[in-house]
Structure formats: structure tokens, C-alpha cells
Design a protein around this ligand. Structure first.
Ligand SMILES: Cc1cc2nc3c(=O)[nH]c(=O)nc-3n(C[C@H](O)[C@H](O)[C@H](O)COP(=O)(O)O)c2cc1C
Length: 320
């Protein structure tokens, strides 16, 4: 099975991508979206979101990273894609799924799924603007308010030249509320011939197997499930592989903290660590104690002392 790491703006940036891809099992990443609205962005704007551009478009573990663009103006997106392509990403992905009000109000993200013709013009303009060797892919939801035009959108994306399509199996109106409608991806697959990757609500190996069965897809994209359990991709990719134990996660968290300290401004550091711990709680009971120990703490030095001092707090009284 091919496994992709999902783009997650505000959560899964280059620091967490670095850590999660080091565990193994992830074949490819898509960056958080880079919003394009009316201007040609300077190169540094792309590199800020995708610092992997300075390292051959790969994470330190060598996993390729596609850069995701989001916008609604085909000409402007094409100009930005051309500049981005010059920086050497592993590919360019286009966002047709963002549910944010501010984005949709400007006609971007999931709102575009009401207009398959515009979707096609965007993909086609970007495809023409970048070298043939650069993959252009897309990520869509099933629709904006309903899923009746899902196949039409997927066909528009394929017809305009995208080489691959990720489908998050929900409409914008569904938000993030379970379930994900994996069987709808099977309908889409039946109507396009490019590879289709299934995404949404894969939290465990059992979910991955069910998603594969219902969608018919051999490639899956993992989002929150992989953040909660960094061993998930490996467990899916290698049946029988032991789950990633909490003890094996501790050095990864310490490395994450080093990256945070090196790259993230001081006032945001504690929040970043707490954010990941909050996700880890879902899969690792021991994360509960660690989270409780720093929950109200915002001072990075004290967070560091509490979690990574000589006697980390989670060594005491950790449940389970
Ligand atoms: C905090 C957060 C940020 C996200 N940011 C993006 C984004 O930048 N681009 C995108 O295409 N999807 C984005 N998504 C959607 C995810 O890529 C994915 O489609 C969704 O979380 C469903 O997959 P999951 O159930 O495995 O998490 C985001 C989701 C979350 C929760």
C-alpha cells in the first residue's frame, strides 16, 4: 500500500513532518497549503512553508514533499506554480477542499467544487505552467454542500491533466464529523483512470483495511491518525510490525522539541508541543500525564524542564 502524509495547516508543518517521516511507512508528503490570492509570491514565501525545498524537496528522512497551492484564480495560480516549480518541489498539489469561511468567501478551497469548469481551468493552467516532469496532483472533498458533483469534479481534474487525485471522503458541509464515506471514492475511481488516493478517518490498521476494501484504493492518505499514532503508517505498511511504544516516542518528542526551539518563535513553542501531546493522548494513555503536567504552562523553559528535565514528569504516575 502507498501511504501519504496529509497536509494539515497549523498542525503538521516541516518540524512534525520531519519527525513523523523518520518513523517510517510514509511514502510521500503534501505540505500545508500556500494561499495564492492576487500576487506573485516571493520565493521565500514558498520556502517558509516548505523548507524542504532547500533539501531537494525531501524531508531529512528522504521522503518527497509536494507543495500545496490554494487559490481560485487560474492565471495567478499558474504564475505562482511556475515560480514554485523552479524551487524543485517533489510535485505541486492543488487544494479543492479547504472548508475555511474566509477561503470559501473568496471562492477558494471547497467552494470551487460547485464549479467543475473553474476547477478544470485551474488544473490546466497550472499543468501548462510547470515542466512536464513536475507532477501536478489535486486534493478534493466530495463536494461543497452536497456530493452530487463529485464525479464531475474528479473528471475535470483528470481531464485537465492532473496525474493523481486524493479524495477526502466528505463534503465541506460534513466538516470533520465521522463517518467518512469511503464507498463514494469507489464511484469516483470507476469514472477516472488516474490513481485515486483515499483519505479521511483512518485511525487504525483496521480502518485502513476497511477503507481499502470500501474505496478500492491501494493508496491511502493519513492525517490526524498519524499525528495521534506516529507508528500507524508503519503498522499499515508492514503487517505484523509491533506498534510504536510510548518509550520509543519519547526520543522523537525530544527531537521535535529541539526542532521547535531551533525554528519556532519562543511564544509559540509551548503551544506546539502541547498541541501534539493533545493528539497523542488519543492513542497513548501516557500522553495524558505529560499533557496534564504542562497544560497550563506557556513558558517554553518550564515546559522543557517539566518534560525533558532529568526526570521527565511522564515517568511518574503515567496511567496504563
Ligand atoms: C488542522 C487541520 C489542517 C488541515 N489543513 C489542510 C491543508 O492545508 N490542506 C488540505 O488539503 N487539507 C487540510 N486538512 C485536511 C486533511 O488533509 C485531511 O483531509 C483531513 O484531516 C481528513 O483526514 P484524517 O481523517 O486522516 O485527518 C487539514 C485538516 C486539519 C485537521
Amino acid at each position: 500500500m502507498t501511504l501519504l502524509l496529509a497536509p494539515m495547516e497549523g498542525l503538521l508543518d516541516f518540524t512534525l513532518r520531519d519527525i513523523l517521516t523518520r518513523v517510517g511507512g510514509i511514502d510521500r508528503c503534501v505540505s500545508e497549503f500556500i494561499r495564492v490570492s492576487g500576487t506573485l509570491l516571493p520565493e521565500r514565501a514558498f520556502v517558509r512553508v516548505v523548507p524542504e525545498l532547500n533539501h531537494g524537496g525531501r524531508t531529512r528522512a528522504g521522503v518527497p514533499v509536494r507543495a500545496q497551492l490554494m487559490g481560485s484564480d487560474p492565471v495567478c495560480l499558474a504564475e505562482n506554480a511556475a515560480r514554485l516549480a523552479g524551487l524543485g518541489p517533489a510535485g505541486i498539489d492543488l487544494n479543492f477542499g479547504c472548508p475555511a469561511k474566509v477561503v470559501n468567501r473568496h471562492g477558494g478551497g471547497a467552494a470551487l467544487l460547485d464549479d467543475p469548469e473553474l476547477v478544470a481551468r485551474i488544473v490546466s493552467a497550472v499543468r501548462r505552467a510547470v515542466p512536464r516532469s513536475m507532477p501536478v496532483s489535486a486534493k478534493m472533498r466530495l463536494g461543497n454542500l452536497c456530493d452530487t458533483r463529485a464525479v464531475e469534479c474528479a473528471q475535470a481534474i483528470e481531464g485537465a491533466g492532473a496525474s493523481e487525485l486524493v479524495v477526502h471522503a466528505r463534503t465541506k458541509a460534513h466538516g470533520y464529523k465521522p463517518p467518512a464515506y469511503w464507498e463514494r471514492i469507489r464511484d469516483i475511481r470507476a469514472h477516472v483512470s488516474i490513481p485515486v488516493i483515499a483519505n479521511g478517518e483512518i485511525w487504525s490498521v483496521a480502518d485502513a483495511l476497511r477503507c481499502r476494501e470500501q474505496s478500492g484504493c491501494d493508496a491511502l492518505m493519513l492525517g490526524r491518525g498519524q499525528v495521534c499514532d506516529p507508528g500507524l503508517a508503519l503498522a499499515i505498511a508492514r503487517p505484523g510490525h509491533a506498534p510504536l511504544a510510548w518509550e520509543a516516542l519519547l526520543p522523537l518528542m525530544a527531537e521535535f522539541w529541539q526542532l521547535i526551539k531551533a525554528h519556532i518563535e519562543p511564544r509559540a513553542r509551548a503551544g506546539r508541543l502541547k498541541q501534539w501531546l493533545n493528539y497523542l493522548r488519543r492513542r497513548h494513555p501516557q500522553a495524558e500525564a505529560a499533557y496534564a503536567a504542562v497544560r497550563t504552562e506557556n513558558d517554553p523553559a518550564r515546559v522543557s524542564q517539566t518534560l525533558f528535565g532529568t526526570e521527565p514528569a511522564w515517568h511518574h504516575g503515567a496511567p496504563g
